[in-house]
Ligand binder design. Structure first.
Ligand code: PRX
Length: 567
């Protein structure tokens, strides 16, 4: 029996009160995600149930019960309070997927502060931009990432505390740096939970747009109602499951479904903090007897590339339910997983902004390989005409994916950028910026993004950010960044640049530019190729036409070029 039962029945009488009553939350009550994901589970008698199995780089293994998670998050919360952190402060987590990252996430929320998780592979400039924008007060990090923080801290007057979780006494602490050794501190049995309310800010995730700086997506504690129920119905988590979400909490999947969803349900989850290889992934599933697996198309394509023979070397019979998110999941991948694991990957669609799954294939519902599925119960989703913004009634016609606002996990604003937030709404609809069609049975089929944002291996990259980094190089006059096709990542970043007079192009210069921007960008945003050109295509008003460069890379028709200046 699946948790959702019949999708058709669920959509008929849906109300978010299903979620609030299971969470024993009544409107107007205090609601704190940190408490819900640890203290409440312990109160339900699951003190000794394993909350987290962790396997680190080099094979170190650890495990923690829900009571361990409760105590450690209490200890971090109390430490932050002691040094003067208060509710509403932004606290950045800049760590690999170590257990402390998960405890800190809850600890920050418990004292009413706002948690700002950032991917630890970010370069110092990517980090700077996000800390500056959020006026972050403290950062919790590891020694290995400290050099990046030290490089930028003088330009961040708001950053008062740099907390290092694995500091060794032999190392000298510099200005603003504090060591926090969780294992040596006395566990805090009782922590006063800050009385956050439904609309109190909880998580601030940064996401890339086409232009301008990355935007901080502000979520609130009330998002729990969406995350709890979508986890239960879409991922079908049940009491005895061992759940593996492969996403890093630097991205929204890693928090909504790698922390909040599973732990608010009291489910055991496991984390593998090491690089990707088919062997290590399969052996992880075998070793921990993973039952429910939430992953991403790029990883699935990489597994497909590793071949079918290797799968036979492992016992993967524990797998019960598979799901995917982040990029288009090709029908081949769904068919491949059916053949090799005996079950399909269930695609799901959502965004940092939506906070929770919006469209999905549900357990028990017919999967159409290549389709994203149908809107979650209670979610009104459609595709809108690109000109009139009216819902399209004809099956198969392409339009803009849009949702009626009002579900609990919807972002509340972009941090300090209400204007950009308002631009996301038209005629009472929230616009995702993606295009799709809907077939005659109500299934959504993804077409592509409606903007220039590049989705490489599930990571959104702003062409603007890469172009800006390139322009800082002394030899570069102009730059344009587009997606280029790739077998595994679907899209990778490609840069076109023109050089300043007198500069000669060549492989040496390409390498020098790559090394120059590597320090500024995260590894995912790095171009795979830089092409030197004499000029870039522009509109009459001087705007670079990325669309043309994109079409060339994808072998597509170029379309209307009437506004082209330098053909
Ligand atoms: O373009 C869509 C793509 O990822 C974008 C959201 O990215 P982000 O905010 O980083 O969140 C990713 C994980 C929730 C979307 O606007 N995307 C997400 N899921 C799918 C997808 N594209 C195709 N199929 C999907 N299932």
């Amino acid at each position: 029996m699946t948790n959702i039962g019949s999708y058709e029945e669920r959509i008929k009488n849906f109300d978010w009160s299903i979620s609030s009553s299971e969470l024993e939350y009544r409107e107007g009550d205090k609601i704190n995600i940190g408490w819900y994901c640890s203290d409440r589970i312990c109160k339900q008698g699951k003190n000794d149930k394993i909350a987290l199995y962790y396997k680190g780089f080099g094979g170190a293994e650890k495990q923690y019960t829900f009571n361990d998670v409760r105590l450690r998050s209490n200890t971090i919360g109390s430490f932050l309070r002691e040094i003067g952190v208060v509710n509403g402060d932004r606290i950045c987590l800049f760590m690999d997927r170590v257990p402390e990252l998960y405890f800190s996430f809850l600890g920050v929320l418990k004292i009413g502060a706002i948690v700002q998780p950032l991917f630890s592979a970010f370069g110092d400039e990517s980090l700077y931009v996000r800390l500056e924008n959020a006026q972050t007060r403290a950062i919790i990090t590891q020694k290995k990432h400290l050099s990046k923080v030290r490089k930028i801290k003088d330009e961040l007057p708001h950053l008062e505390f740099i907390i290092i979780i694995d500091h060794k006494e032999s190392h000298e602490l510099k200005d603003r740096e504090i060591a926090l050794d969780l294992e040596r501190r006395a566990p805090v049995e009782e922590l006063e939970i800050y009385p956050t309310e439904a609309e109190s800010p909880s998580v601030l995730h940064y996401t890339s747009g086409t232009t301008g700086q990355p935007k901080g997506v502000k979520h609130v504690h009330y998002s729990l109602l969406s995350q709890y129920l979508t986890t239960k119905w879409v991922l079908d988590l049940q009491e005895e499951d061992i759940y593996w979400c492969t996403a890093d909490p630097g991205w929204v999947t890693g928090t909504s479904y790698g922390i909040i969803g599973p732990w608010s349900l009291g489910i055991t989850q496991c984390v593998l903090d090491s690089g990707f290889s088919a062997q290590s992934w399969y052996s992880f599933i075998e070793e921990y007897k993973v039952t429910v697996w939430y992953s991403a198309p790029t990883a699935i394509r990489s597994l497909m590339k590793a071949g079918d023979d290797i799968i036979k070397k492992y016992d993967l019979s524990s797998l019960r339910h598979l799901a995917s998110v982040g990029e288009p999941l090709n029908s081949e991948a769904v068919i491949w997983s059916e053949k090799n694991f005996g079950k399909p990957f269930h695609d799901s669609f959502w965004q940092t902004e939506t906070g929770s799954i919006m469209i999905s294939n549900y357990p028990g519902m017919k999967v159409k390989p290549g389709s994203m599925g149908k809107p979650f119960p209670g979610i009104t989703g459609t595709v809108l005409d690109t000109k009139t913004f009216e819902p399209i009634r004809e099956p198969g016609k392409i339009g803009l994916i849009a949702f009626k606002p009002g579900w609990p996990a919807m972002m509340r604003t972009y941090w300090n950028n209400e204007e950009k937030y308002r631009e996301k709404f038209v005629s009472g609809w929230y616009l995702t910026g993606d295009k799709a069609s809907i077939d005659n049975e109500g299934y959504f089929w993804f077409i592509g993004r409606d903007d220039d944002v590049i989705n490489t291996g599930g990571h959104l990259v702003s062409p603007f950010e890469v172009e800006s980094a390139l322009l800082e190089h002394p030899s570069i006059a102009e730059s344009a960044v587009v997606a280029k096709p790739d077998d595994i990542n679907m899209e990778v970043v490609k840069a076109f640049v023109t050089l300043k007079p007198g500069v000669d192009p060549g492989p040496d210069l390409e390498l020098e530019i790559m090394n120059f921007i590597r320090k500024k960008l995260s590894s995912v945003a790095m171009p795979q190729e830089i092409e030197f050109v004499d000029q870039l295509p522009k509109t009459r008003s001087g705007k670079i036409m990325r669309r043309l460069l994109h079409a060339k890379e994808w072998g597509e028709e170029i379309g209307d070029i009437s506004t082209l200046e330098n053909d």
